[in-house]
Ligand binder design. Structure first.
Ligand code: TYD
Length: 197
């Protein structure tokens, strides 16, 4: 089973997705945690350079393709539960809705990069960007080039729009207590796993 977490920076995806993997492992299920950008060197180039938006997309896409071919697909073939922090929805939300690049083109390119690999379930952690930025200030200090209020407002809207179009996407209120979020997410996954067997 392939599970994806999405949301703007500071929405708490990483904490929740890692906790989920721990819980699944405790239940005797083999779950692995992974993230995008996958390759730290590519991430570094994207974040440190002032790139043309399409150049940025191509870097995210080559990172994604390597991730899908070398990590995600092999794990899914072993029947592992793969929990991924960000996937192609981030490109649609950040580079599409955020930077205004053509969504249809982005969808096609993503399809090529991932060979059409779709997650079974996507959780979007929704939060007011102002609150998310406050969380980032508290925990991480330094902000990256994507972490600006107006930009994140567009990205948030982007994620909410995507959720309207695709049926495997669930929106969660990222301001709820972590334990509550965790039990909601666990429940959805266990129900899905049961219905698949
Ligand atoms: P990272 O520090 O790994 O972010 P986070 O911990 O918040 O997930 O940096 C990734 C940044 O890149 C983040 O701001 C989101 C952005 N991003 C895109 O703009 N497009 C994409 O396709 C992906 C995967 C990430």
């Amino acid at each position: 089973m392939f599970v994806v977490f999405e949301g703007i920076d500071g929405s708490g995806k990483t904490t929740l997705s890692k906790l989920l993997v721990e819980e699944l492992n405790k239940k005797g299920l083999t779950a692995v945690w992974t993230k995008e950008p996958f390759d730290n060197q590519i991430r570094e180039v994207i974040l440190s350079k002032n790139l043309d938006p399409w150049s940025e997309v191509f870097l995210f896409l080559s990172d994604r393709r390597e991730h899908v071919l070398k990590v995600i697909k092999p794990a899914l073939e072993k029947d592992y539960i793969v929990v991924c922090d960000r996937y192609y929805y981030s490109t649609l939300a950040y580079q599409g809705f955020g930077k205004g690049l053509n969504l249809q083109k982005l969808e096609k390119l993503n399809n090529l990069a991932t060979e059409g690999l779709e997650p079974d379930i996507v959780f979007i952690l929704d939060i007011d960007p102002q609150k998310a930025l406050k969380r980032i200030n508290k925990t991480r200090g330094e902000k990256t080039k994507f972490e600006k209020l107006q930009f994140l407002q567009k990205v948030r809207e982007g994620f909410l729009n995507l959720a309207k179009e695709k049926e495997n996407i669930l929106i969660l209120n990222a301001e709820e207590e972590l334990t509550k979020l965790l039990s909601t997410v666990l429940l959805h996954i266990l129900v899905k796993l049961n219905s698949a067997h």
